[in-house]
Design a protein around this ligand. Structure first.
Ligand code: GUN
Length: 295
């Protein structure tokens, strides 16, 4: 039976480190500020944004909540970003995705000041990541690396299969895992919806990261005995008349084969949120010149 990797516990440790750094900044007169921008009435997006706001308040980061009518013209969103870029009290900006259909995503991501881009989605920050000189590590991939570290899983020389090629998870995670250095030096296969023989590619991996948004796609029969399984998926499904959350991995089945596995919820999700706090404090430290110690 696999070890369960407890994302809540690892995230709590990171939040404690962040809280200490916030205290250091505040003692020097710097109040870290984080702005969320929500242009959606999707209940899941609303929930994610309010959780991020609450996380900030818990660690002493000032949270600013900007809401834009989802039917408004995209220039309203552009104007809101410009204002936050110019506001010295704001160190980190997050525009919650997805955006409404009439709003183009890329111009929005490119409009955010790269020094405030705590998601790490601006092309400048993506480029820095790929070339091995990152400013902010994108939150979910960073969280995945921290979970592997906490579970004492060695990435150096490991065969890793990532299922999913999104800009938010699959692509940046693959880039991080192939970097030289700690938590890198892995050999990475990135699978996607057109991949042939997915099971074979998953089965040859010592570390599997599922980030494709397909409920319970990966089951025990696809895993190597003892593999480490990180499940990034969060899918709401109807089961026996109830609405429940499941990952991209069939947890109960995979658990019998894997060596270690993250649950959903309670695995990657809390880590993504913790790394956002980490990036916001890093941004405030960089902007103010006040050093903080963040492991
Ligand atoms: N929507 C789903 N995941 C994310 C994320 O990591 N950042 C933003 N901004 N929106 C998201």
């Amino acid at each position: 039976m696999a070890e369960i990797i407890d994302g809540e516990a690892v995230a709590a440790e990171i939040r404690a480190d962040v809280r200490r750094s916030v205290e250091t900044l505040r003692e020097e007169g710097v109040v870290p500020g984080f702005a969320t921008v929500l242009m959606s009435d999707d209940p899941a997006s609303e929930t994610y944004v309010s959780m991020k706001q609450r996380d900030c308040e818990e660690v002493g980061i000032e949270a600013i909540d900007v809401e834009i009518d989802p039917t408004a013209p995209e220039t309203d969103l552009h104007d809101a970003i410009d204002e936050l870029n110019d506001d010295p009290a704001v160190h980190g900006i997050l525009v919650q995705l997805p955006l409404p259909d009439h709003v183009s995503e890329q111009p929005v991501l490119e409009r955010i000041d790269p020094e405030k881009d705590v998601d790490g989605f601006h092309p400048e920050n993506v480029g820095r990541l790929v070339t091995g000189t990152p400013r902010f590590l994108p939150c979910t991939p960073h969280g995945v690396l921290r979970l592997l570290d906490a579970a004492d899983v060695e990435t150096e020389g490991a065969d890793v299969t990532i299922v999913g090629r999104s800009n938010i998870v699959g692509k940046p995670l693959a880039n991080l895992l192939i970097q030289k250095g700690p938590l890198g030096n892995a050999t990475v296969t990135v699978c996607h919806s057109r991949t042939e023989n997915l099971a074979e590619k998953v089965r040859r991996a010592e570390i599997v990261v599922a980030a494709c948004g397909v409920p319970e796609l990966i089951d025990g029969s696809m895993l190597a005995e003892g593999a480490t399984v990180i499940d990034v998926g969060v899918n709401r499904v109807e089961r026996d008349g109830d609405s429940i959350l499941v990952g991209d991995v069939a947890f109960d089945d995979a658990r019998d084969v894997a060596g270690a596995i993250t649950p959903v919820p309670g695995g990657v999700g809390p880590m993504t949120r913790a790394m956002l706090l980490y990036n916001t404090v890093t941004a405030a430290s960089e902007r103010s010149g006040v050093d903080v110690e963040l492991p």
